[in-house]
Design a protein around this ligand. Structure first.
Ligand code: APR
Ligand code: ZN
Ligand code: ZN
Length: 361
């Protein structure tokens, strides 16, 4: 067992705090990771607000890269010294979803079995089964994916959640390929990642839509060929106009609201795909759309769960593309911060001032 500094959410709606936690030595199937960098994501804030569940106290943080310090007896997939990006979907390889080749729907994903605790023994609930706003964290070995050790931790750690969700929404779920027209509605961290993924895949045009001009500038930097400020312009008409009157082959909805999903529905080509990657709240309903409009359009309406990624396939590939200068992960890192600055980083995220703040440990 070791004691390390970590960021926890002790009670619903309370500011997060830095405290000392106990991290057990890795048992069978587990790995102890010395965390180097961990991004601040909306989901961490949702945990703090009690929006995910009530299993306080939470150990926050889940977009992380670090070095494996020790592994349990039976672990062969990673070894001490390996540089890894953590994932929150360590698939079982054995269930119905895994068998049919869709491991992103795996029913039996792995987390560490032993519990990290507060000094008084209270068990912590690690955010998304990770808990990486901590100098060291205990995870399932399958949650560690080895990547190029010379890559910048703050940048590649972001592949562990939001950036992978966005890139994967475009490339994996939307099957964006060279020459397809793509529109991305909502250009926060997830949406601009979908823009970057579409550009990487050779899509054209890549149309970025947002109500915030700052976000549209970021989208341009990451490969958008056109931008649409939907607070000023009807995005459906604008997307149609930019695609020869047809609508986009793929529209990625990265806001998670009924009105933007409706825009996506109408902004796609008749045979186009809508990918919902923004996370709606439980009270939101599918918008009223005449059934005849559904009948009149083919294509598909999809959702994307963690970018339908397979970490062992996608993380090393995307890190290599980053290292080659073909995927600008650095552009997502707005600021590097200390472990004491997470609460303030939530405020900056809320204000829309950052794509990602990344805690350096
Ligand atoms: N039309 C277009 N864009 C919008 C609209 C709208 N009506 N409303 C909000 N947006 C934009 C915001 O300006 C912002 O740029 O959507 C973006 C949302 O980005 P973030 O809040 O940074 O969220 P992000 O991390 O990208 O995640 C997107 O997925 O993980 C979930 O909770 C997360 O629902 C959120 C979504
Ligand atoms: Zn499985
Ligand atoms: Zn996240």
């Amino acid at each position: 067992m070791q004691q390390v500094k970590a960021v926890i959410a002790r009670a619903k709606g309370q500011p997060v705090e830095v405290t000392t936690i106990n991290v057990p030595d890795p048992g069978p199937g587990e790995a102890l990771v010395k965390v180097q960098a961990c991004g601040v994501c909306h989901t961490d804030l949702h945990y703090r607000e009690g929006g995910i569940n009530d299993d306080f106290p939470f150990l926050l943080g889940h977009e992380a890269a670090g070095v494996v310090e020790a592994v349990g007896d039976d672990v062969t997939s990673v070894a001490p010294g390996d540089f890894v990006v953590l994932n929150w979907r360590a698939v079982c390889g054995d269930c119905r979803a895994c068998d049919r080749g869709e491991p992103w729907y795996c029913f039996a994903t792995h987390n560490a079995t032993q519990k990290m605790t507060l000094e008084d023994g209270t068990e912590l609930s690690p955010a998304l089964g990770i808990g990486a706003f901590a100098e060291k964290t205990l995870v399932a070995a399958g949650q560690c994916t080895k990547v190029d050790p010379s890559a910048r931790p703050a940048a590649v750690g972001l592949l562990g959640c939001g950036v992978m969700a966005g890139i994967g929404a475009a490339i994996n779920t939307g099957a964006v390929t060279r020459g397809k027209s793509v529109a991305v509605i909502g250009c926060g961290g997830v949406g601009v990642a979908a823009v970057a993924g579409s550009a990487l895949a050779g899509a054209s045009p890549v149309i970025a839509v947002d109500i915030d001009p700052k976000k549209l500038e970021a989208a341009k930097k990451l490969g958008a060929t056109h931008i649409v400020d939907s607070s000023q312009t009807d995005p459906v008409a604008a997307i149609q106009e930019l695609t020869g009157g047809f609508g986009a082959d793929v529209v990625v909805e990265a806001v998670g609201r009924p009105e933007t999903w409706r825009q996506a529905f109408y902004a796609r080509d008749l045979a186009g795909t809508v990918v919902l990657v923004g996370v709606p709240t439980p009270d939101m309903l599918v918008p009223d759309i005449p059934l005849i409009d559904v009948f009149g359009r083919g294509g598909s309406l999809k959702s994307s769960w963690y970018g339908d990624c397979l970490p062992s396939r996608d993380f090393p590939m995307l890190v290599d593309l980053y290292q080659q200068g073909r995927l600008d992960l650095d552009a997502f890192v707005t600021e590097e911060i200390g472990i004491d600055d997470v609460e303030a980083a939530f405020d900056r995220m809320h204000a829309g001032d950052v794509l990602r703040s990344v805690v350096i440990l």
